[in-house]
Design a protein around this ligand. Structure first.
Ligand SMILES: [Cu+2]
Length: 209
């Protein structure tokens, strides 16, 4: 089992004002996370005061290409619609048993699509009942402030409300159902946050630095 070490570093002297920059440093087995895996990381800011979220008029999309959900990790806000277009020449399915956001769109063929509305905040693990190696991750958020870090691990929030809040991060490193999914949240902005631990299959523990 690989050892997972996470560290979240903030730019010096940051304040929770209009803008926030940071850097996500991920080390797995002593090696940096590959650049393309940065898309597996979601960084989001939750203001202490409740924030109204408005789903976009245009639905999000989680397609199926070469027997994989694309994108594999998709953050959305509460109330959002997600399209599931089938871009393969074969039948697919999409379903989840995740609490409050369970769904099953049934089988859909090449060129077809299904649409699901996510009405509760939380993590939604998406499967295909035809291809058991397919796993997608939808993060339904109650905050509009979320992003993926770039390939270099850097991220920027250009327009945050002033005041207190938590900066959190969720990571999904698995490539298929055969490998463990690792998920961590890091909260409370500080100069350095670190979380280390051993991941298990379906491990969904939260680690707060
Ligand atoms: Cu499938």
């Amino acid at each position: 089992m690989r050892r997972l070490v996470l560290a979240l570093l903030f730019a010096p002297g940051f304040t929770l004002a209009a803008a926030l920059e940071g850097h996500v440093a991920l080390v797995v087995d002593g090696k940096p996370l590959r650049a393309e895996e940065a898309a597996d990381v979601v960084v989001y800011f939750r203001p202490a005061a409740a924030t109204a979220v408005k789903p976009p008029a245009v639905p999000y999309e989680m397609g199926t290409k070469r027997k994989q959900f694309v994108p594999r990790v998709l953050p959305v806000v509460i109330g959002s619609q997600v399209r599931f277009p089938n871009q393969d020449p074969i039948l697919h399915n999409a379903f989840s048993t995740s609490k409050d956001n369970a769904f099953d769109v049934g089988l859909y063929g090449s060129g077809e699509e299904q649409v699901v509305t996510f009405t509760h905040a939380g993590y939604v693990r998406v499967y295909c009942n035809v291809h058991h190696s397919m796993v997608g991750h939808i993060l339904v958020l109650d905050t509009p402030y979320f992003t993926h870090p770039g390939a270099d691990g850097k991220f920027t929030f250009a327009d945050l409300p002033s005041g207190r809040g938590d900066l959190r991060r969720q990571v999904h490193l698995c490539r298929s159902a055969e490998r463990a999914r690792r998920s961590r949240d890091l909260a409370r902005p500080r100069d350095t946050l670190a979380c280390a631990g051993r991941a298990r299959r379906n491990d969904c523990r939260r680690c707060h630095a």
